[in-house]
Design a protein around this ligand. Structure first.
Ligand code: PEP
Ligand code: MN
Length: 359
């Protein structure tokens, strides 16, 4: 991917940060146009809206389909914004391009599937119109698969390419809906410094209140832009209601964000390393919370079955096995012993508390 073209020709759209905003889904003509007008009044120049929605389970709102392409064209006529939508099949590509959609993106579930990406790449090559395409990371944290999707498009002649980091699915409850694992987009950037890299704080967080800090974090880290879900009436959105914000809120966020004069290359190495540490500490804390929760469940079981809280053989086993596991990955014996004795102490405290507090 060594001769990428600018994502769009108008350089003023790219001046950092590039902002794309709009509803998760186009739900009706008036919802889309009202949102677009609100965004355009806030200075946003690229409108996103999902037309075909890849929902995890059937029976949810799956997008308005082709009818919504007309609404996108109407929103464009009303505001002069460029439009962007998600495509997952060659038929989507053909319909979106013939309806005049300016920018396409490939969603996280699709970029995980090389057959689907190849079909899309081939459809774009048949159309031959140099349409910009943004590729979201695959749902699973696999950088090579993400790069593979970009390479398939590039090899088929799509040279206006960009990447969107939207976090990775993980089992269980986390602070973020999709865990950011920032080191993965960092590595993408290291390998392809010319590839525009956007962050999607809406899908990373899944929560309105985290859009502002995540946007700031992404820009501080040198991302080139943001794609943010915005809806004229977020509480009544038919998809992703919890993470959508009004155009006015988006404006406030963008006004308060500090824009760094820093492309990634200017971000110092120590800043990047500290960001890695912050991300890992978040994971550590989440894992600790999970471990404490299981420890509480064990405490309840012990209580119900009259089993004493402390069982020294179990503790000895844990220490022995953790110390040898740690040795294999270069963590010293004393350090592991120290950490696990603190963790064990806290687990015992939790379980003893259960005994004294419950009936
Ligand atoms: C979207 O952008 O609305 C979407 C479906 O995102 P993702 O592919 O990141 O889940
Ligand atoms: Mn969404």
């Amino acid at each position: 991917m060594d001769s990428l073209k600018p994502l769009v020709d108008d350089p003023s759209l790219l001046c950092p940060p590039l902002i794309i905003a709009g509803p998760c889904s186009a739900e009706s003509r008036s919802q889309l146009i009202d949102t677009a007008i609100g965004l355009s009044e806030c200075g946003i120049r690229i409108l996103r809206a999902g037309v075909w929605k890849p929902r995890t389970k059937p029976g949810c709102f799956e997008g308005a389909g082709e009818a919504a392409l007309r609404w996108l064209a109407d929103a464009k006529a009303a505001t002069g914004m460029l439009t962007a939508t998600e495509v997952a099949t060659p038929a989507h590509v053909e319909a979106a391009v013939s309806a005049g959609v300016d920018i396409l993106w490939i969603g996280a579930r699709t970029s995980a599937n090389p057959f689907a990406v190849q079909d899309i790449a081939d459809a774009l090559a048949r159309i031959g119109r140099d349409i910009p395409v943004l590729v979201k990371n695959p749902v699973n944290p696999d950088l090579e698969l993400w790069i593979g999707a970009l390479q398939r498009l590039y090899a088929a002649g799509t040279h206006r390419l960009g990447a969107i980091h939207r976090g990775f699915s993980a089992y269980g409850h986390h602070t973020y809906r999709n865990v950011p694992q920032w080191n993965i987009p960092f590595e993408l950037r290291r390998r392809y410094p010319a590839l525009p890299l956007l962050a999607d704080p809406s899908h990373i967080s899944g929560r309105r209140d985290l859009i502002a800090p995540l946007s700031q974090q992404a820009l501080d880290m040198g991302f080139d832009g943001l794609i943010i879900e915005s809806h004229i009436d977020p509480d009544h959105a038919l998809s992703d209601a919890a993470q959508q914000i009004t155009p006015a809120t988006l404006r406030t966020i963008l006004d308060t964000i500090r824009r760094r004069d820093g492309s990634f290359t200017k971000t110092t190495e120590i800043q990047l390393l500290r960001q890695h540490i912050d991300a890992l500490d978040t994971e550590l804390l989440e894992i600790l919370a999970k471990r404490m929760d299981i420890s509480r469940q064990i405490g309840r079981y012990k209580k119900d079955h009259n089993i004493p809280v402390v069982q020294t053989e179990r503790y000895d086993d844990i220490l022995r096995s953790r110390i040898s596991q740690a040795a294999e990955i270069g963590i010293p014996d004393d350090f592991v012993r120290h950490i696990f004795s603190l963790i064990h102490e806290e687990s015992v405290r939790l379980q003893v508390n259960l005994l004294s507090h419950d009936s």
